[in-house]
Write a protein that binds this ligand. Structure first.
Ligand SMILES: [Zn+2]
Length: 459
């Protein structure tokens, strides 16, 4: 019997002004106060109420999960419960973890890859009460080092697009990717054409019945074995295309099973079908276009206008990150064996599982002075914003003057503020000097202008 799986990537970036701690009013979201409220009403809540999360494979990004938990607890509970029910029925759940701050991992250092993956797994454990088996890679951006870190942390699988494989892959797999030191990871491949119809062709997704007749039957029918996998942004179902939560419900509960598909999810399919074939992955590729990860580094031709602001913005962030890391290491290496393990563990404080002081007491070799403890916790908080400043949507769009890059600069400014509080050393001048090289082709504002804006609450 042919199996069918729809994976939804449910995610929103953080929207809080890091200085004020609240979401500035977002004009475009009216009549809602902000986009989280709007998208929740159009997508997350109705999909949860219809029971769609139980039949999907899905990941719920940590920043969205935290917002949902605070602002719509019933919806949040329904999503968490969907995974628990599958676990009860099938032994494995249908939720996947996600790299914590939606960082483009191939562009990150090894240490940042580790932190992102370890934080993503800790967030998952905190919410779903179990170890994650699979992880969603932001923008499906991949390289071997990312897969190595996933495997070394115990992640069993991820999913990618066929063009990210070396050579031809004709089905969803799962395939085995061999990694150094005898490690391996399973990779599923989505049906790119079918995924793109769901995401970008509202004509063909007006009714689930028509969609199945056009795209999932006849020559594309359920004959034979194997898995058909589609993967797309979860917001497709209700937010990008209005009313598609109904379409999704009809598709997974009625129309696809009616023509002979068995609905499944990735962890369950992997359990029943371990990989037999092997594949190699192309480093520095992503799902959204053929330009690999260039879109988030120097820009690519998929966005209009001038992408020249991207490289200097990333350069400014990378330099700031290095300077911050040196100050952080100098402070903590006197009393902790591994500063980076300390950073990885700090997510438990972010999640509210432990108080900062208790965390330090657990990690420190000896007793810390009051000043050391205070400085360390402030520097760890700065490291949290240092991770958030790589949120991928800041580099995704066409111009520096948009809200998304402004947020990256705001997180960097918050990190700088905290570092100064802890060490009395200001990294501001150097960062602002670097930001001058990034210029909006629409407003002529430089990164430095935006820095001055966001530190005064102007988003
Ligand atoms: Zn491109």
């Amino acid at each position: 019997m042919r199996s069918f799986c729809i994976h939804g990537h449910f995610y929103q970036p953080p929207r809080e002004d890091p200085f004020a701690g609240v979401i500035p009013s977002e004009e475009g979201a009216k009549p809602f106060a902000n986009f989280n409220e709007k998208i929740n009403t159009e997508c997350y809540r109705p999909n949860a109420e219809l029971g769609n999360f139980e039949v999907l494979s899905f990941n719920l990004g940590p920043t969205l999960a935290a917002w949902l938990e605070g602002h719509d607890p019933p919806t949040y509970q329904r999503v968490v419960e969907a995974d628990r029910r599958n676990r009860a029925a099938h032994g494995v759940g249908n939720a996947l973890a996600q790299a914590h701050n939606h960082t483009i991992l191939p562009l990150a250092t090894r240490r940042d890859k580790e932190t992102q993956i370890i934080w993503g797994m800790a967030d998952f454990r905190h919410r779903f009460g179990r170890e994650p088996l699979g992880m969603w890679l932001p923008e499906m951006a991949v390289d071997q080092e990312t897969l190595e870190v996933l495997a070394s942390q115990g992640v069993a699988f991820t999913l990618l697009s066929p063009h990210q494989a070396r050579g031809q892959v004709d089905d969803a797999g799962p395939y085995r990717v061999r990694l150094p030191r005898g490690r391996e990871i399973a990779v599923f491949f989505r049906d790119e054409a079918l995924s793109n119809i769901l995401a970008f062709d509202p004509e063909l997704t007006n009714s689930a019945k028509d969609f199945v007749e056009n795209c999932l039957s006849g020559a594309h029918g359920p004959g034979g074995e194997g898995l058909r996998l589609v993967a797309t942004d979860g917001e497709t179902f209700g937010h990008h295309h209005r009313g598609r939560e109904r379409f999704l419900h009809d598709l997974v509960y009625e129309e696809a099973p009616r023509v002979g598909y068995e609905m499944t999810f990735l962890a369950r399919y992997l359990q029943e079908h371990p990989p037999v074939a092997e594949v190699e992955i192309m480093d520095g590729t992503s799902w959204s276009c053929g330009h690999g990860v260039a879109r988030w580094r120097e820009g690519c031709t998929c966005t209009p206008g001038e992408s020249r602001w991207k490289r200097p913005l990333r350069g400014a962030l990378d330099r700031l990150a290095q300077e911050m890391d040196a100050l952080y290491r100098d402070e903590v290496e006197r009393w902790v064996v591994d500063p980076w393990q300390l950073r990885d563990g700090y997510i438990r404080v972010v999640l509210g599982e432990m108080k900062g002081r208790a965390f330090l007491a657990q990690q420190a070799a000896g007793k810390l002075t009051e000043g050391e403890a205070r400085r360390t916790l402030t520097l760890l908080e700065a490291q949290y914003y240092r991770q958030a400043m790589y949120t991928s949507c800041g580099f995704f769009f066409e111009d520096l003057s948009r809200l998304e890059p402004r947020y990256l600069i705001a997180y960097a400014a918050k990190a700088i503020h905290l570092v100064k509080k802890a060490t009395r050393i200001s990294l501001e001048d150097g960062f602002k000097r670097d930001l001058r090289l990034a210029v909006s082709w629409i407003t002529d504002q430089t990164g430095e202008d935006i820095y001055d804006d966001v530190t005064q609450g102007r988003f």
